[in-house]
Design a protein around this ligand. Structure first.
Ligand SMILES: Nc1ncnc2c1ncn2[C@@H]1O[C@H](COP(=O)(O)OP(=O)(O)O)[C@@H](O)[C@H]1O
Ligand SMILES: [Mg+2]
Length: 238
């Protein structure tokens, strides 16, 4: 489903050679359909940058991100044109970070429901589904018509998750999705992830807590170990 091949990212912090950062070079791994790969390693090693290269928030410096899409067949996300990337983000890819891009003056319910409108849902059906998802993520009903700009960090994160989950993406990219959630909400999120995985969603995720990651991932790629051992062609299996 996803084949990352010889992926590298260089950040040019200034025009001089000394000011370059290379979080990863020549990185390769594959995730089969319905697979869940956890990405581990210490802070600053490059986990978020890898996820952003897959979602194309960052343009990789070199390498390929081959994704089997339903719209275009196999496509290299590292070189696909912007229009196709935008389409895939609407229909097939979801990315969750710890931070909500808050949209002013749109209610929590509608921020989630609007994700379904391009998929052909009526506003009413989209709001129904969104309500179900907000309930599963334990957002109190009193907040559904409120603006998430005023929400706590944990509440905003749940809105983010609801927006990502509601479309049932083919590929779900998770960057510390449970970092600011309480125990019970984390359990609800894990249950949803397991359910989506059973339905065939392919996932790659970074979790702040190794124990949580082990409960959902089939395989954990340890970036620290990979950098130390120099093994670049296969994931470390746990
Ligand atoms: N947009 C950027 N510009 C410059 N450097 C960046 C940028 N994004 C990440 N980096 C650098 O890349 C390295 C890896 O960062 P990151 O991918 O956020 O690590 P992690 O998620 O594992 O903590 C860090 O040294 C970070 O400073
Ligand atoms: Mg990070």
């Amino acid at each position: 489903m996803l084949h990352v091949e010889a992926l590298s990212k260089t950040f040019e912090l200034s025009v001089t050679e000394q000011m370059r950062v290379h979080p990863f070079r020549d990185l390769s791994f594959s995730i089969p359909e319905g697979g869940f790969m956890g990405l581990a390693g210490p802070s600053g090693i490059g986990k978020s940058s890898i996820l952003k290269c897959i979602y194309r928030t960052y343009l990789p410096t070199s390498g390929r991100v081959r994704f089997r899409s339903s719209m275009y067949g196999e496509i290299d996300l590292a070189s696909a044109d912007e229009r196709r990337v935008a389409h895939l983000r609407k229909y097939e890819l979801s990315y969750v970070s710890q931070f909500l891009k808050v949209i002013p003056r749109v209610s929590a319910l509608d921020i989630v429901a609007e994700r379904l409108l391009p998929l052909g849902y009526s506003l009413e059906a989209a709001r129904d589904d969104a309500a179900g998802m907000l309930a599963r993520l334990r957002i109190p009903e009193t907040l559904w018509s409120a603006y998430p700009a005023t929400f706590s960090g944990g509440e905003q994160q749940r809105i983010n998750l609801a927006r990502a989950f509601i479309v049932r993406p083919r590929l779900l990219i998770l960057d510390e999705p449970t970092a600011s959630l309480d125990r019970e909400t984390t359990e609800s999120v894990l249950a949803l992830l397991q359910e989506m995985k059973r339905q065939g969603t392919t996932m790659i995720g970074v979790f702040h807590d190794w124990e949580i990651m082990k409960r959902v991932a089939d395989r954990i790629f340890d970036l620290g170990e990979w950098k130390r051992s120099g093994v670049s062609s296969s994931a470390q299996l746990i």
